[in-house]
Ligand binder design. Structure first.
Ligand code: PEP
Length: 251
């Protein structure tokens, strides 16, 4: 039985005041969320505040990215060890915004995945196709290549130490959610691909859906057999909306 996860990716949003309010709201409402594992991924500078407010609560926190390096002359970067030092359990790797705005290749993403594991973090690996790629019927080829690069670099068993997030790029921040059928089809494809190499890993690995998930569509998406929760952007910025999605994962 795979425990569902709902993870909030706050991206570059918030202020000290709004972060304080958001955390208060999530912490207060979390008592009604019994099954799902709940995670928040704030911008780096707010991680100490998050640690202070969530310490001792059932909510975990994580980074939105990490450096490929452990320490040294890498201006502006933050290492996995630093994230772990502030109690992070998770870190997002290969988000489409990193792949497109920062030209992160699938090989670099695979290396970051391993770097996260080496730092004792649980990587949330984002994979997904653009609209162009979907229209050219290349969705399966794209997600297979992104996933296989990680498997080749880190090993198949390394997948079980992480979480996969299928995020069609055309659905991120656009309000254009994949239908439950479209999402399930790709999730089943991903699980099948893994099963060809290791049936146990395929059975155990959690695959989240991300892309304009909100309270109104979360139940239908998360109730699909191969969807084990969500990676949430916009709807993670309001406690009530985020908690509603967490409750939808209480199956
Ligand atoms: C994301 O950025 O991972 C995401 C899913 O964003 P949104 O929910 O806003 O589409």
């Amino acid at each position: 039985m795979r425990r569902p996860i709902v993870a909030g990716n706050w991206k570059m949003n918030g202020s000290r005041e709004s972060v304080f309010e958001l955390l208060n709201g999530i912490r207060d409402g979390i008592k009604t969320v019994t099954t799902a594992e709940v995670v928040v991924c704030p911008p780096y500078v707010y991680i100490p505040e998050v640690q202070g407010q969530l310490h001792g609560s059932p909510i975990s926190w994580g980074g939105q990215d990490l450096s490929l390096h452990q320490q040294g002359a890498y201006t502006g970067e933050v290492s996995g060890e630093m994230l772990a030092d502030f109690g992070c359990k998770y870190v997002i790797v290969g988000h489409s915004e990193r792949r497109s705005y920062h030209a992160e290749s699938s090989q670099q993403v695979a290396e970051k995945y391993q770097t996260a594991l080496d730092a004792g973090l649980v990587p949330i690996l984002c994979i997904g196709e653009t609209l162009d790629q979907r229209e050219q019927n290349a969705t399966e080829e794209v997600v297979a290549t992104q996933l296989n690069t990680v498997i080749q670099h880190c090993s198949i068993s390394a997948l079980q130490a992480g979480v996969i997030a299928y995020e069609p790029v055309w659905a991120i921040g656009t309000g254009m959610t994949a239908t439950p059928e479209q999402a399930q089809q790709v999730h089943a494809f991903i699980r099948g691909l893994i099963a060809q190499q290791d049936a146990e890993v395929a059975e155990n690995v959690r695959i989240l859906y991300g892309g304009s998930m909100k309270a109104s569509n979360a139940v239908e998406l998360i109730s699909q057999p191969d969807i084990d929760g969500g990676l949430i952007g916009g709807a993670a910025l309001k406690a009530a909306d985020f908690l509603e999605i967490c409750r939808a994962a209480n199956s």
